[in-house]
Design a protein around this ligand. Structure first.
Ligand code: ZN
Length: 247
């Protein structure tokens, strides 16, 4: 990892261009709203760029990924159109230490399903109000986040959410229909930190909300830290020959 925090905000950027309802809320596209918020919230010196699905190689070339410490991912209607070769490339970068923040409907992205190894299915219903509870207040992702806050308009995501048990749960949400949802979940895969955060439906101004922007910025900083010292693969090989070679 470099000393400068380098973030790539990835957006599917389809609703954002085709739906008047989405354009009304995110005239510059959701990825730009998220990127602006990160630039305003992250420590000085952080470099935040955007990439979108319509770009060659979905804007995620080897060079861009090699120069990304944390990737954020928002997709919904075109998960199936993301090229498998790009998914494999992102997967390898996560395993070797790139942080990944998966947002809202990204729960069904190829990359998240691949990293989790489960269906990542959930229950959902449109047009509700979400209450988010901070259930792990000492966690870095909860920094400067209230104990409880409300998202006035939000799609309901409910349990059962078919993911592996998270390594850490930071946020838990409830809805007016009585549903609950594990809305902020941490995972580690290989040397990469992953945070799934569910708020963020495209027709509601969720990414304009201060608490949401703070959480995503916190998550980016948390995910940029490798969970343990990096080891060259050869030093991890447990064989007499490997041991002798090191001597
Ligand atoms: Zn949605």
């Amino acid at each position: 990892m470099s000393s400068t925090l380098r973030v790539t905000v990835w957006g599917e950027n389809l609703h954002d261009r085709t739906s008047e309802a989405v354009k009304a809320v995110y005239p510059e596209g959701m990825h730009n709203t998220i990127a602006h918020a990160l630039r305003a919230t992250l420590p000085e010196g952080a470099v935040v760029k955007t990439a979108t699905q319509d770009q060659p190689e979905h804007g995620l070339t080897d060079e861009i990924l090699e120069n990304t410490d944390v990737l954020t991912w928002w997709g919904h209607m075109a998960h199936h159109q993301v090229e498998d070769a790009v998914v494999a490339r992102v997967h390898q970068r996560v395993l070797s230490g790139m942080g990944l923040i998966v947002l809202h409907s990204g729960h069904w992205s190829k990359i998240f399903v691949r990293l989790m190894g489960t269906t990542c299915a959930l229950r959902w219903r449109d047009d509700d109000c979400e209450t988010v509870y901070t259930v792990n207040p000492s966690h870095p992702i909860a920094y400067n986040v209230p104990p409880v806050f409300t998202i006035p308009q939000q799609e309901m995501y409910g349990e059962y959410f078919d993911i592996p048990q998270p390594d850490e749960l930071v946020f838990l949400s409830s809805f007016q229909g009585g549903e609950v949802f594990r809305s902020g979940c941490c995972f580690v895969r290989g040397q990469g930190r992953i945070f799934y955060f569910s708020p963020g439906h495209e027709t509601y101004p969720v990414y304009h909300q201060a608490e949401i922007q703070q959480i995503i910025a916190n998550a980016v900083q948390w995910a940029s830290q490798p969970p343990r010292p990096r080891y060259a693969t050869s030093t991890c090989i447990h064989s007499p020959l490997g041991w002798m070679n090191q001597k």
